[in-house]
Design a binder for this molecule. Sequence first.
Ligand code: PMP
Ligand code: GLN
Length: 396
Amino acid sequence: LTDRIAGEGASAWDIHVRALKRRAAGEDITVLSVGDPDFTTPASIINAAKTSLDHGATHYADVQGKHALREAIADRYRTAGITVAPQQLIVMAGAQCGLYAVAQCLLEPGDEVIVPEPCYVTYEAVIQAPGAVIKRVPLRGDDNFRLDVSDIAAAITPRTRAILLNSPHNPTGTLIEAQQWNAIADLCRQHDLWLISDEVYAELIFDGQHICAAALPDMAERSVVISSLSKSHAMTGWRVGWVLGPEALIEHLTNLALCMLYGCPDFIQDAAIAALSQERDADIRLMREAYRERRDAVCRALEDCSAVSVITPQAGMFVMVDIRATGLSSQQFADRLLDEHAVSVLSGEAFGPSGAGFVRLSLTVSPLILSEACQRLATLAEQVRPASSSVSDGSA
Ligand code: PMP
Ligand code: GLN
């Protein structure tokens, strides 16, 4: 057996699995440890899948993705002012599959991929699978996890092959801004690097604007965008997403899909076409507003707790809570929150060393339940905070 896939990320979900087991055993656990929308997939999308099955869509589908779906995806980018042809797209079984496939097609053993960290838990394994190496560039909690492009520049070596970015960002909820994108694009051109952009949270923006990597000038031959319907349409279980990139890369990905995936199921592709119709935009808006309300509920619930502080996310479905004043490690805090207060969150360290001192909450329950969970989090934080730190900041 090889340990290439056994990155740190493999154990990130342990606490989540524990929480689910306890809930299955009848305990009242508030599960905030996974980014799986609590909304049901909109009915019209479900109906499109049913109709498609009724019409016999039970066979192999086009391995690259049905033309009509690739047209529908391309249309979405065109609406955002980005020219995309269907041959620049391949449909994948979710963004995760897209990330893995792109890594297989772009990376050689020994290549380095620069990744701002904390980062999504699977990135390390995805990069290691083809024998490449993850080069982490820290995002600092003390600076709201802002990306400093000069840190990326400093991490480039002759072995660097790609920069992998995620905006909106999991777990910090930050957005990469125009100036940063332009500086990163300059680096890519200067050092002949690929820009791999994971944009699965693009539709969940509260403050600010999403910039798609495919919109960057003079980057068409070196940028790859990966996205999916998982979060935007509450479709995590459908496993449908895509990769947008230069035609030559898409051809490689199609060859990989031939020997790996053999196409995303036909009826799911039909549901995806329905999801991408403009009529569904209202559903997306409603869900986005619900996440915004939840984010605000978390910020409000924790604003009076001096033992923690919240980094208000601009986007996405997670909130990072700074628990450094408690003196516990993120993992200790998450373990005690589950064991003593029946709330599961993920340790920030699951996302990399720069997540230390933070825990990640998912905005996947109602504002009321979130507020209640935050009260419990605050209670634990106040309870464990060393006495000296309560005195020094003036609170009793
Ligand atoms: N990238 C990031 C940053 C994620 O948070 C996730 C999890 N939703 C994925 C990729 C994988 O998404 P999908 O469900 O489309 O495979
Ligand atoms: N992306 C989601 C998260 O960060 C979950 C996906 C998964 O369970 N693998 O929580």
